[in-house]
Design a protein around this ligand. Structure first.
Ligand code: PEP
Ligand code: MG
Length: 565
């Protein structure tokens, strides 16, 4: 990574090129909008005395927002769910604590910004709780930390401008999937982050929204001046700051070639997805929202291989009730009909953090995520299953369980599905009694046991994003291990072959819905291993079809065999 300190005062005179890790393809021209991390997290940020009263107001309004939010959640929880209500009530109690309020306000009056005052006051109260022997006090410390972050988030919402000018290229330390969803709606045209991994959920979203992204550009927020013209090339990972006329022309030329290429791919939409010797490979789309299905079908998707339903929670930071979920799943099923839509249960946790729903953990990727969370929160799980069952009456929904490591998780889920069916029967609500139930294979344990797990499920879907992370012990969101995080490592390839064999032994279909499914170097290998279905972002679908249509299955099998050898 080439890094040169930029003198912002001589903006018009330089043209500098930075190189980061390309994470979402495409070319964009625009103006840089910088979000400096220090503005959000410094505990010592001093402000001008004329701003003190404004900061006090901001704090009080953030506190109000949070109290209202907590009370709204309390009102939406089933009144029988006493333990959840008790936790939420403690939160209201903590955030409304008058002593805390007084301490934060007096810190602001000493000349600190509202976020600095929140951080330093809550941290100092927490110092004693954190090391307490009593576990109840230690738990209170975790809750206080969460309150701190939620207060900062409430403040941030006031600071963070989600309505960017269209054509803005955001330069930030990192971005959560939720922030990206919100920014996408306001016409974000490019993204540069200091940290992150190409398989992080933010990067996956950037690709599916076709927002060019470059990651791993260390200290970009301090080098790139706010408001400067910038070209981001998500193919090569190049950032061109204050580009010259020649550079601009070169990139316009590249962009028009990109558009030409897309047009040639357009001719493939109606052609079948098969090899030249007529071996069919089903190609499907990964979508996040029902309105994305139209685009997927337009480019020839034969179904939806993955809906990450947790986006429903992440975009609102709360769990929608069963009715709201039903409307959403029903719309998915109707828009995809007669093709299947594979709805995955909420895969919260790890880098998909939902304020107040999931917890901060020391090792979130190895923690309370996916089915582990769901089986502890059966209220949330059952609500989702019932909503999905109700939407399944036209028999085109498949249900998928994320983060399986143990057979018991499959059995417990199936038992819960049966209970949900009984509840619907009692109300005379129709559903698909044979709704296929499948699992994500994305952990080494599930991969190695796939021949056995296959007896209990109707399909497998390989999550290569997590399978790579867990096999190679390399965080998918950490640019420092980006080279180690390699889906083409022989261990990952062996696992894929083992899973494909496990599926074939049990005569069930196996698809891949991780990012590897769309990788240009992977297509032959994967179909050669015996994978029958590939599910990719709609933007990658035609390119994938063109690769499938330019090989024979025997060529693919030969290649994957020699690679394994
Ligand atoms: C995966 O792990 O490959 C996958 C598709 O799931 P997610 O990216 O949502 O973790
Ligand atoms: Mg996964």
């Amino acid at each position: 990574i080439k890094q040169i300190k930029v003198d912002a005062s001589s903006q018009s005179e330089y043209n500098i090129i930075f190189k980061g890790i390309p994470s979402s393809p495409g070319i964009s021209f625009g103006k840089a909008v910088i979000i400096k991390p220090e503005a959000i997290i410094s505990p010592n940020l001093k402000i001008d005395s004329s701003l003190i009263e404004d900061e006090v107001k901001k704090f009080l309004s953030a506190r109000e927002i949070l109290i209202t939010e907590f009370n709204d959640v309390i009102n939406s929880v089933d009144i029988n769910n006493k333990s959840v209500i008790a936790v939420l009530e403690t939160n209201v109690f903590l955030v409304s604590d008058p002593l805390l309020e007084e301490a934060i306000i007096s810190k602001i009056r000493e000349g600190y910004s509202a976020d600095s005052a929140i951080i330093s006051e809550i941290d100092s109260q927490n110092q004693f709780l954190r090391s307490a022997k009593d576990h109840i006090l230690r738990e209170k410390s975790i809750e206080l930390d969460q309150i701190k972050e939620r207060l900062i988030a409430a403040l941030r919402n006031q600071y963070m401008n989600y309505s960017l000018d269209s054509g803005s290229i955001l330069v930030t330390q990192s971005l959560t999937p939720t922030d990206l969803i919100k920014l996408h709606e306001s016409g974000l045209s490019g993204l540069i982050t200091e940290v992150g991994g190409i398989s992080s959920h933010t990067s996956i979203l950037a690709r599916s929204y076709e927002i060019p992204e470059v990651i791993g550009l260390t200290e970009a927020t301090s080098y790139i001046p706010d408001g400067i013209n910038i070209i981001i090339d998500g193919y090569s990972g190049t950032i061109n700051i204050n580009p010259s006329e020649d550079e601009i022309e070169k990139y316009y030329e590249l962009k028009s070639r990109e558009q030409e290429h897309k047009k040639t791919l357009g001719a493939l939409v109606k052609l079948p997805s098969e090899t030249t010797d007529h071996h069919k490979i089903k190609i499907m789309a990964n979508v996040d929202f029902p309105q994305d299905i139209a685009h997927a079908i337009l480019v020839g998707a034969e179904g939806i291989g993955l809906v990450r339903t947790e986006h429903l929670i992440l975009s609102k930071q709360q769990v929608p009730d069963e009715e709201e979920q039903f409307i959403w799943y029903n719309e998915l099923a109707q828009r995809a009909y007669p093709n299947y839509v594979t709805i995955r249960a909420f895969d919260l946790g790890s880098d998909k953090y939902a304020e107040g729903i999931t917890k901060h953990e020391a090792n979130p990727a190895l923690g309370f995520r996916g089915v582990r969370f769901l089986l502890q929160r059966k209220d949330i799980y059952a609500g989702q299953i019932k909503a999905i069952l109700r939407a399944s009456k036209n028999k085109n929904i498949k249900f998928m369980i994320p983060m399986i490591t143990r057979l018991s998780e499959i059995l417990a889920t199936k038992a819960l599905i049966e209970e949900c069916k009984k509840e619907l029967d009692a109300l005379d609500i129709p559903y698909d009694n044979n709704m296929p139930v499948g699992i994500m294979i994305e952990t080494p344990s599930a991969a190695i046991m796939s021949d056995i797990l296959g007896r209990y499920v109707d399909f497998f879907s390989i999550g290569t994003n997590d399978l790579t992370q867990y096999t190679l012990a390399a965080d998918r969101t950490n640019e420092m291990v980006a080279e180690i995080y390699d889906s083409f490592h022989p261990s990952v390839l062996r696992f894929i072959k083992i899973i494909a064999d496990g599926a074939s032994l049990n005569k069930i279909p196996v698809s891949i819905c991780g990012e590897m499914a769309g990788h240009s170097a992977a297509t032959l290998l994967l179909i050669g291993f015996g994978v029958n279905e590939l599910s990719v972002s709609p933007s990658a679908l035609l390119e994938l079809k063109s690769r499938i249509r330019s090989t024979t299955i025997s060529e693919a099998r030969q290649l994957s065999k020699s690679i394994l050898d």
